[in-house]
Design a protein around this ligand. Structure first.
Ligand SMILES: CSC[C@H]1O[C@@H](n2cnc3c(O)ncnc32)[C@H](O)[C@@H]1O
Ligand SMILES: [Zn+2]
Length: 433
């Protein structure tokens, strides 16, 4: 067994107490072996955490990672106009190598800002899987199925691709890749095909991930056409299981919140995207009060416009108060839990906590910085003051992916150059006549 010792720092424990301790990792099994307050650990390799805080790697539980190529491509519009006028026409120009370049860029950004696991809904998924495999991060991936605007054959093929991708890549990259059936949303996938695919997913134990209740423009037609709330429809289709997770959950009523809690279906709150697209304010404190598992997601980089999950943590704590009209809503502790154990629970991975037996998906945050001084309460800083650039080291599955801000598994300048080239070419093709 080879071991990694993370020494000299303080550690954020699962109960959110912060103690002086070293962390010993089984680098082969990718698991935490010990959190040692006596500071007597020694490992085959050592990461210096002095002046820093060892904490779980953040989980970005909803993104479209290759959308980094469209960062800043189209801003300042609401969801429907943004997707239909700008984003979907540009994505129609994406080939597999564009998705790979965008995925590499997004993963590089996430590793540098402390994210160790993410959920990704996109297309050309084999490229995303390759990017995950080579970079060393962890992801739950899926093909986002959309049937609107397609003929019967194309619609069925897209939904089947989502199931096929989920089957093919489950367990890839030494188990760091898991999958889900990913119907894009309740309004963009035909009901009969959705029911059929979800039934198959249930038979085969495949989780389901989808966008839900993001805007009123999406919710209102469902209510008027079906005479039921969107999540009642989703429940009837069978897509509110305990392994399922939906993104957004902005416009949910009390009965839908209750349903999510009863079914143990996680909601991925995406505060920056919801603010930028003016989609609305999710009732996060009400969901937490009801016992719903709430995770955090950046959504794609075109509606955020970065993949720094520490930004999301801060936005969640801030927007949660505004939504509840209560400064005590979504306190720092709740936001930190959403970004760590909430995300890990949504993705179904035994991470998000620094404790023996948990996956060794860990980051060290440098607290020796002016904007983090003094540190009366480290958890307060994690929610309100830390940014992704404060992350010193990133470890996933027991392997050091970034040491002293140097990413070891990716060639940073090549990733940036390729992404610039690919983004320019996509924009040219999309803008050309
Ligand atoms: C078909 S793959 C996923 C699909 O989702 C699009 N997308 C990006 N952001 C959002 C959002 O906030 N709501 C709904 N859909 C979104 C993305 O552009 C891909 O086409
Ligand atoms: Zn999304």
């Amino acid at each position: 067994m080879s071991t990694l010792a993370i020494t000299g720092g303080r550690v954020l424990l699962p109960d959110l107490r912060v103690v002086e301790a070293d962390v010993l990792v089984d680098a082969d099994a990718g698991e935490v072996l010990d959190v040692d307050e006596s500071r007597e650990v020694a490992g085959d390799d050592d990461l210096d955490a002095s002046g820093g805080l060892v904490m779980p790697g953040l989980v970005n539980a909803h993104t479209h990672v290759a959308m980094t190529l469209l960062r800043g491509y189209a801003d300042d519009k609401p969801l429907d106009a943004w997707l239909q006028e700008d984003i979907w026409p540009a994505e129609a120009e994406f080939g597999p190598r564009d998705v790979r370049a965008g995925a590499d860029l997004g993963i590089l950004e996430m590793v540098k800002t402390g994210t160790t696991a993410f959920a990704d809904m996109y297309f050309h998924v084999p490229e995303v899987v390759d990017a995950v495999r080579e970079s060393g991060v962890r992801a739950r991936v899926g093909h986002g199925a959309v049937t609107v605007g397609k003929d019967d054959e194309g619609a069925r093929a897209d939904v089947e691709e989502s199931l096929d991708v989920a089957r093919e890549f489950q367990g890839a990259a030494d188990g760091r890749v898991s999958t889900a059936l990913m119907p894009h949303s309740l309004t963009t996938v035909d009901e009969a095909l959705l029911r059929e695919a979800v039934e198959t997913a249930r038979e085969e134990g495949i989780p389901v991930h989808f966008h839900a209740n993001e805007t009123l423009d999406e919710v209102d037609p469902i209510v008027s056409e079906r005479d039921e709330r969107p999540l009642a429809y989703a429940d009837d289709v069978g897509m509110l299981g305990e392994t399922d997770f939906c993104a957004h959950g902005v416009h949910v009523d009390d009965a839908e919140i209750e349903l999510l809690a009863e079914r143990d279906t996680a909601v991925v709150h995406c505060p920056a995207s919801n603010m930028k697209l003016a989609s609305g304010m999710a009732p996060v404190q009400a969901m937490l009060d009801a016992g719903v598992t709430v995770a955090l997601g950046t959504d794609g980089a075109a509606s955020n416009n970065d993949l720094d999950a520490f930004d999301e943590l801060r936005d969640a704590a801030m927007l949660g108060k505004l939504a509840a009209d209560d400064a005590s809503a979504v306190p720092a502790e709740a936001a930190v839990r959403m970004a760590t154990e909430g995300g890990a629970d949504a993705l179904g991975i035994p991470a998000g906590r620094v404790e023996a037996g948990a996956l060794a998906d860990l980051v060290v945050v440098d607290f020796d910085e002016p904007h983090l001084t003094p540190a009366h309460d480290p958890v307060s800083h994690l929610a309100y003051a830390v940014t992704g650039s404060d992350v010193r080291h990133t470890v996933c599955d027991g392997r050091v992916l970034m040491r002293d801000r140097q990413v070891l598994t990716m060639d940073e300048s090549k990733v940036l150059a390729r992404a610039r080239d690919r983004a320019r070419a996509v924009a040219d093709r999309a803008g050309g006549e």
